[in-house]
Design a protein around this ligand. Sequence first.
Ligand SMILES: [Ca+2]
Ligand SMILES: [Ca+2]
Ligand SMILES: [Ca+2]
Ligand SMILES: [Ca+2]
Length: 392
Amino acid sequence: MNCWKTLFLSFVSTLAGVVSALALTPTGITEDSMIFYDSDTDSYSFEWQGRIGWTYFIQQSSDLMEWDYVPIIEPGQDQTIAWGFSISSSEPFFLRLMMSDVPTANAWEDDFDDDGFGNQLELDLGTDPLDKTDTDFDGIPDDIEAIWDSDVSSAWKLAVVNEPNWAYYDPDNAITTEADLLANGDYDGDGIANLEEWFDETGAADFFNGQPATLYAHRGDRQIGIPSTVLSETLLVSVRDEDGSEIENAPLRFVVNGGYAGLSKSLSDQDLYASLTLRNTQAGSIAAFKTPPSIGTTTIEVSLPNQDSLTFTLHTVDSAAHARPPIENFEAQSNGDGTTTYTWTAGAAEGDWFQIVKKQSNGTLFTVYSTTYGSQDLPHNTQGVYSLTIAD
Ligand SMILES: [Ca+2]
Ligand SMILES: [Ca+2]
Ligand SMILES: [Ca+2]
Ligand SMILES: [Ca+2]
């Protein structure tokens, strides 16, 4: 027998009346429910016959007018269900069963009235898990709306509406007033309704709900292209949790440093943006980039609302430089003294850059060494073989 301590009402001289439930309960069915009093322990037992296929809720009242759910959900097993309780008040008390025959595998998690709020959450909120009456037909049940309007403060709602990461969560800026934020809306897109986030204090404007998340780059960094062309590789990033698993639907932003509108959602997309807010898919998030009309270097910052970020560096060069053959025969030889000697051949022209970059743990590339061809620190022999020794 479970112990149930939330009952505070007391009725000591006789057993309370137990009336049949309303709503989803067939008329007259009480499942043989009874209350027993044990004078030895001054405690009570509420018992009924639970039938397979039915799920039971209990309501309490002191006046037979106002009924409140107690935090109990019991699936029927074709056995007697019994809950023991003690009482600490001299007021009368009444109990009744509420029942549902909605098929369920997890009666606590399920949402029997299909209003978007699970049974357990509704009991926690004090709303009715078996009634979604919606008088104004706005898709939000009356009882949910009542809690949202009376219990959730304007300050809390405004803090969500005005939170600093709105560009990640509300890129169209559609939610600008308290009235735009709805109880059953999901501002941050984490699958948890705003009202539930308020109740559980998970952060209605925090997709990650306090959990760490990290960005990784997979491809697209350090590309080189001629002016006004779409780079051949998309910029691909992923968002992962502590275990390295992909987090889907996480919001992230690509922002071009300097505001040049060269980002698009795919290689064939003609619409270009200076910034893009995307939701991460299982395959990662991609953006394509069209180079500016003039040569130079563009950086694109990708970031999560939790501040984690990485940078793509993209180069726009003139067509002659772009046409030169790539570096070949590249070798790196460690000298055992903290230096490495790099050798390669190149058909580079004087003034072309030379860079050695290393891949970082987040997937982006980091410039270890940078110079230009023709400079004194980049010697080559008569066969066009370049050699460079630098510290590791
Ligand atoms: Ca519900
Ligand atoms: Ca409504
Ligand atoms: Ca949410
Ligand atoms: Ca959240």
